[in-house]
Design a protein around this ligand. Structure first.
Ligand SMILES: NC(=O)c1ccc[n+]([C@@H]2O[C@H](COP(=O)([O-])OP(=O)(O)OC[C@H]3O[C@@H](n4cnc5c(N)ncnc54)[C@H](O)[C@@H]3O)[C@@H](O)[C@H]2O)c1
Ligand SMILES: O=C[C@H](O)CS(=O)(=O)O
Length: 484
């Protein structure tokens, strides 16, 4: 069982309109530790009725929340940030227990997630409008930016804390209340955020966390006329479904969806730096991030050297329970995730792919999997088109720049891309030709609260973080004052 300095951070009730409560049906969902299979606890299995109450509570709370000054809202968000920072160790322990990532990565996510509260506390004070030179002598034109209203959010298991604060920070700073449904695999991180939100002074109804039946809760969020905006982070498949469900009520949408990131190593790359970036962008969270590299393209003349260096670095990764010191790769989230990785490896080998390291479930059992590198990858292999979402690095060869850019862009996704080159002209040409929302150049780590995070094509809509992220929770109002 978890030993926390602040034991009441681990809640087995949902947080609705300032109250901790069970499901109307008293039904619960069990939550297990993916590293050990042990039962961590249960959370309420809520549905449409509880969701409706949370949305109505948010509508009730909205008036007073939007009437606060941006500075007053900022003070509460800042306090929430401070409490997250103060309790980072406990929050990280909860996250590693329910999601599996190494404790160091969990601590990193808590700091990253808290930073969105800190960032948007300040950004909310800069929701500037405009005064536009009038089109008539007797009129004056003013533009204001106002909170869109009650917002709903549905978030994934792979970053169970920061994917919530990335939305909550922007929504609350803009003056909007937010109702959140976290992933069923990782509810405790979300509920711990609610404990600290309550302590920070977030008023009842401004931030609620529902756990339970995803289609029922999502169905209410997407159909309620009170909900003006939905922010979703998760798979492209579910994103499409939610987009369809929101269409009848014309909700504003933020969609942070799937990816299939290319990682291009040109012949003029610093290979040691490229390997460091490859490890960071491929094996973080055991390959379970939306911006993880899914395809490595290595130029012919450096293919063997890069492959050798990468295999050497992958061999140093240590697989184990994320609570153990020195572990750098935890388990995958569930058996389905393991099966997907095995399917992609088997498909590649059947087409001539060569496993250079790994390739099998780890001897630790459960959902641990060996960090894997496969050489001689081909465009006909499944990982060329499907997001693996696991610790598998396929190595494709390429000859010239135009060819590799074409291959890199040959996907319905467009979230993140990476490449290594030290030729300035090549850097600009390739950066401008890649059809992605985010491009890492000579780096494998691009995420931060101050940058516009998001994709193009079927990786989503909108941006999170940065000053762009606030726009998604505001609407523009044009005031025309006549008779002057
Ligand atoms: N672009 C990003 O920022 C980002 C971040 C994290 C994860 N992802 C993507 O998410 C996927 C993996 O995460 P996942 O397995 O949690 O995704 P998922 O789409 O299966 O689940 C995400 C959330 O949607 C909920 N959900 C599922 N079906 C639903 C329904 N019918 N109605 C309402 N809610 C529903 C789940 O309960 C969960 O809370 C990957 O494709 C990954 O690339 C993207
Ligand atoms: O899985 C996608 C998240 O957005 C991860 S991160 O923002 O790159 O940390």
């Amino acid at each position: 069982m978890l030993t926390l300095k602040k034991p009441d951070l681990l809640r087995q009730q949902a947080y609705l309109n300032g109250q901790w409560c069970d499901a109307d049906s008293a039904q619960t969902i069990a939550v297990h530790n993916p590293a050990t299979g042990e039962l961590l606890g249960t959370v309420p299995c809520m549905g449409a009725a509880e969701t409706r109450r949370a949305i109505e509570g948010a509508q009730t709370a909205w008036g007073a929340w939007r009437a606060m000054t941006a500075k007053e809202r900022a003070a509460i968000l800042r306090r929430w940030f401070e409490l997250m920072t103060e309790h980072a160790q406990d929050l990280a322990l909860i996250m590693t227990a329910e999601q599996g990532k190494p404790l160091a990565e969990s601590k990193g996510e808590i700091a990253y997630g808290a930073a969105f509260l800190e960032w948007f506390a300040e950004e909310g004070k800069r929701a500037y409008g405009d005064v536009i030179p009038s089109f008539a002598r007797d009129r004056r034109v003013v533009v204001t930016r106002e909170p869109i209203g009650v917002c709903a959010a549905i978030t994934p298991w792979n970053f169970p804390s920061s994917m919530i604060t990335r939305k909550a920070g922007a929504a609350l700073a803009a003056g909007c209340p937010l109702v959140v449904k976290p992933a069923e695999q990782t509810p405790f991180s979300a509920l711990a955020l609610a404990v600290l939100a309550e302590q920070a002074g977030v008023p009842a109804g401004v931030f609620s966390v529902l756990t339970g039946d995803a289609p029922a809760i999502g169905g209410e969020m997407t159909s309620s006329p009170i909900v003006r905006k939905l922010s979703f982070t998760g798979s492209t498949e579910v994103g499409r479904l939610l987009m369809r469900q929101c269409a009848p009520s014309i909700k504003k949408l933020s969609l942070e969806l799937g990816g299939n990131a290319p990682f291009i190593v040109f012949d003029d790359a610093d290979l040691d730096a490229a390997v460091e970036g490859a490890i960071a962008s491929k094996y973080r969270n055991a390959g379970q991030t939306c911006v993880c590299t899914n395809r490595f393209y290595v130029q012919d003349s450096v293919y063997d050297a890069f492959s050798r260096k990468l295999v050497e670095a992958v061999g140093k990764l240590r697989v184990g329970n994320g609570l153990e010191d020195g572990v750098t790769q935890g388990p995958l989230i569930d058996e389905a995730a393991v099966a997907k990785v095995q399917e992609h490896i088997a498909d590649a080998v059947a087409q001539g792919g060569r496993v250079l390291i790994g390739g099998e479930p780890h001897a630790l059992g459960h959902t641990f999997f060996q960090p894997t590198v496969v050489a001689d990858a081909l465009p006909t292999m499944k990982f060329a088109r499907e997001e693996t979402f696991g610790p598998l690095a396929p190595l494709f060869r390429f000859s010239d720049d135009a060819d590799v850019v074409r291959m890199a862009n040959d996907t319905e996704y467009g979230l993140a891309a990476y490449f290594y080159s030290r030729d300035l002209g090549r850097v600009w040409r390739v950066a401008e030709a890649l059809e992605y929302g985010m491009v890492g150049i000579n780096t494998g780590l691009i995420s931060n609260e101050a940058v516009p995070f998001g994709g193009v094509k079927q990786s989503g809509l909108g941006r999170e973080g940065s000053h762009y992220g606030l726009d998604d929770y505001l609407v523009v109002k044009y005031l025309c004052m006549g008779g002057l």
